[in-house]
Write a protein of this length. Sequence first.
Length: 289
Amino acid sequence: MFKLAIFSDEVSQYPKELAAFCKKWKIGAVEIRTLLNKGPHNFSKEERKQIKSVLKDNGLNVCSIASPFFKCNIDNKKEYQQHLDILKNCIDLAGENGCKIIRGFTFWRTAIAEENLDHALQYFPEPVRLMKKAKMTLAIENEPATFVGCARTLKVFLDKANSPVVKAIWDPGNEVHDIDGIAPFPNGYRLVKDHICHVHLKDSLYIGYEGKAECVPMGEGEVNYWGQFKALKEDGYNGYCSLETHWRINKAEIKKMAIEKPGGAGWSFGAKESSDYCMHNITRMLKSI
């Protein structure tokens, strides 16, 4: 059976508040995106010690480092080097916390996705080498702002990569936002299920006359999460499903730039209450599968 986790900044920027939330909901692991108003690649040594100490004292594992790796412009040598440094720092952080998964992306989408997958793959040999050396997995997320934005392109990319250290983060909610997306479950899931090493939980709904996708509470959107959870259980997935709420109970507008680069105190404003609401919905669904 899969296990639940939560994104750090979908609760708070403060490790102790994050730990208290996890205790309340009996969540055993966290996914570090931002804490102390910093990304996982920017923590000082003292901050890393502080975070590790709080998590250890509360019996919490780190299931994934939600790095922004390769959320950058393709063919930009300066950004490429910067992001290799980001990956190296995240590998160090993961190693200190017994974590084996680091999230990655496939560059900002500036052209037709299918025509640029081979191009993007040209930049992966060094990251793959680093991950093999660290004995960790680089998990590629279907992120609509990048070349790999949906289940179909995620499958194609991973088939082409053909590496044991490059796998999939399946985000059903992101599938709703992608222009090329299909029904997240069962269609999208069926395409990528053999590649999945980690799952993100968010929900989205087509709203208004133009049918714009917006994030909504878990279980109240387009994603058939009851079916998705049931399939994960029946298929023997025993990894983590990590809540990435992305919706705010106070109805505050989350701007496009923030959605593409989430994190920090502004992102965490109202997050705990919103994640509480989503955990109620998740708990109800899990009881019925």
